[in-house]
Design a protein around this ligand. Structure first.
Ligand SMILES: [Zn+2]
Length: 270
């Protein structure tokens, strides 16, 4: 599933190829994504791609009279390809540009979306309740500490809640908690300010190292014909059940929390 680092890498990959380009033709082959593709997308021809940014795992592309709101769902990808390339199975949307390149949306499981919003995009109902961006300065230990007072939920659930902070998926939550030596089961309300300082830094660190690794696969997002290259990161705990902890040698545990696997070291993480 595309996580924040893959979404950021996608954005960086397509940005230089689309900004300032005029849209010449739009083909929607299947509008039945998670929500139906906005009708306005069909009539984008003549409009220009003005600006692109990310909010959580949403890609927001500003055009002349509004903003495209794109989510890659479970299996989506966005690529810039030469115009006229044959459609592959699951290529649902093709946006031709005046550069003879196309922006193409591919999504086998169709859990993603492409919506159009004409007002202030920050007020869109999918965005307005989102917490801060993890890589921005406002996301820090102080913020987590004050937000967590009175929250009797396990810390892992707390940091994966997009209301707390956006884009901390299961892998990154497990890894950041390991580096912070915090048990994923500990209640958010019971964690000290100092430990939250450390946790906020580690969340930034695991996300950034994944984004930096993605830099080497940028090419795949632009010209490739395969699936986007998700990062084969070296992981300390995620997916490492029964392997020895790098820190103490004890076997890594796996438990289920709110339906998701949690990996951690029960000796190092308290
Ligand atoms: Zn350990």
């Amino acid at each position: 599933m595309p996580e924040l680092p893959e979404v950021e890498t996608t954005l960086r990959g397509i940005k230089p190829h689309i900004i300032g380009r005029k849209i010449s033709e739009v083909t929607v082959r299947n509008r039945n994504l998670r929500w139906p593709v906005s009708r306005k997308v069909y009539s984008l021809a003549g409009s220009k791609f003005i600006h692109i940014k990310r909010r959580g795992k949403y890609i927001l592309i500003e055009v002349d009279d509004g903003t495209l709101l794109i989510h890659l769902g479970m299996s989506g990808s966005l690529r810039v390809i030469d115009c006229g390339q044959e459609f592959r199975k699951h290529d649902h949307i093709d946006i031709k540009m005046d550069s003879r390149k196309s922006l193409r949306y591919h999504d086998p499981r169709r859990f993603g979306c492409m919506l159009f919003h004409s007002g202030n995009i920050n007020n869109h109902k999918l965005l307005r309740h989102l917490g801060p961006e993890p890589l921005e300065e406002e996301f820090c230990g102080e913020y987590l500490y004050s937000k967590s007072r009175g929250r009797n939920v396990p810390i892992k659930q707390f940091i994966m809640n997009s209301n707390t902070v956006v884009g901390v998926g299961n892998i990154y939550a497990c890894e950041a908690l390991f580096f912070s030596r915090i048990s994923p089961k500990r209640f958010a309300s019971k964690i000290s300010k100092v430990r939250y300082d450390n946790l906020a830094e580690n969340i930034k660190m695991v996300l950034l190292s994944s984004i930096n690794m993605g830099g080497t696969t940028l090419r795949d997002f632009v010209n490739g014909v395969g699936e986007p290259g998700y990062f084969k990161q070296s992981l300390m705990v995620y997916g490492c059940e029964d392997k020895k902890c790098n820190n103490c040698g004890k076997a890594i545990s796996r438990i289920i929390q709110t339906g998701r696997s949690t990996f951690y070291c029960s000796r190092c993480q308290r």
